[in-house]
Design a binder for this molecule. Structure first.
Ligand code: ATR
Length: 291
């Protein structure tokens, strides 16, 4: 890798940051697109978030990725926040502008692009969202924006589901989302759904679990998207497949959120399909190595 004095520098701020695949992926895109660009990991403590954002700007960084636990904490220190990111309430990508960084949320954009690539659309469909945490909020926003007919949000903690539904309904100005307790899935109207799994249930190393353990539920799911990518085929996805449905895992979303960020930092540069395919293989190899 060659970086000249004119090279752009970006990085990821997180804690921990050691397991992030972003440095590998971003530097791979730079190499393949021929951009003079370097991307490095930054471990940032909670109390240093303000100094990190200001310091990154002072050091002329082109941008940053922000992940757990700083996605909300960085928001007060940005010059501007994109409308989608503000609605989701979390920022994962900073892009340099005159006078400060602008914050975006490419998790949502990544999910949208990943679904489009797999020919999965929420538009006009009845949807089920499982979970009501940060990831679910980004997914809810994507489903609502895409024009889902209705979204049932099922969560273990019903109050959190209710809060998310109220927020989405008020933002979109119509009653598009309805909350339910996770165990009330049997009360769902009997039709076919696009389901998006946004809880941490089934994630490695507890891979033998799904948020709903009833094959009958999965008979209603024509497509199941899981935001988990370790393991690559979750128990939730196995249930969906067994009932004849189509599945997608979180790896594609992760891949595209990174590409969205890379393309924001390098206007005019597009990561080609062949590079994306190679990147996916690289991620899979990396994940296998981590096990
Ligand atoms: P993230 O930002 O990754 O979404 P989060 O905000 O902690 O993380 O949300 C985790 C989600 O997984 C929540 O919907 C959580 O349900 P609760 O709101 O009821 O806590 C869900 N979750 C985690 N462990 C779970 C379990 N064992 N059974 C069911 N849901 C679970």
């Amino acid at each position: 890798m060659r970086i000249s004095g004119k090279g752009k520098v970006c990085g990821i701020m997180a804690n921990p940051v050691e397991h992030s695949m972003s440095p590998l992926m971003q530097n791979f895109y730079a190499e393949r697109t021929g951009v003079d660009f370097a991307y490095v990991p930054f471990k940032v403590q909670d109390e240093d978030v303000e100094a990190a954002v200001k310091g990154a700007y002072a050091l002329n960084l082109t941008g940053m990725n922000v992940t757990v636990p700083h996605k909300q904490h960085v928001m007060p220190y940005l010059k501007e926040i994109d409308e989608d990111a503000r609605a989701i309430g979390a920022v994962n990508t900073l892009v340099r502008q005159v006078g400060g960084f602008k914050g975006y949320n490419t998790d949502a954009a990544g999910l949208l692009r990943a679904m489009a690539e797999e020919n999965i659309t929420a538009g006009g469909w009845d949807c089920i969202l499982i979970g009501a945490g940060g990831a679910a909020k980004a997914a809810a926003y994507v489903l609502a924006k895409e024009g889902a007919r209705v979204i049932y949000v099922l969560n273990r903690n019903r109050d959190r589901a209710k809060e998310l539904a109220e927020e989405i309904n008020s933002r979109f100005g119509k009653k598009i989302m309805a909350d339910m307790a996770l165990e009330d899935y049997k009360k769902l109207p009997r039709t076919t759904y696009l389901a998006v799994q946004c809880t941490s249930v089934g994630m490695y190393p507890r891979s033998d679990r799904a948020p709903i353990d009833d094959p009958d539920f999965y008979e209603m799911i024509h497509t199941g998207v899981d935001i988990i990518y370790t393991p690559m085929e979750t128990c939730f996805m196995q249930y969906v497949k067994a009932a004849g449905g189509k599945t997608m895992n979180g790896l594609t979303m992760l891949l595209y959120q990174g590409i969205e960020a890379f393309e924001k930092w390098n206007p005019g540069i597009t990561v080609g399909k062949d590079v994306i395919e190679e990147a996916k293989e690289l991620m899979i190899a990396q994940l296998k190595g981590q096990d």
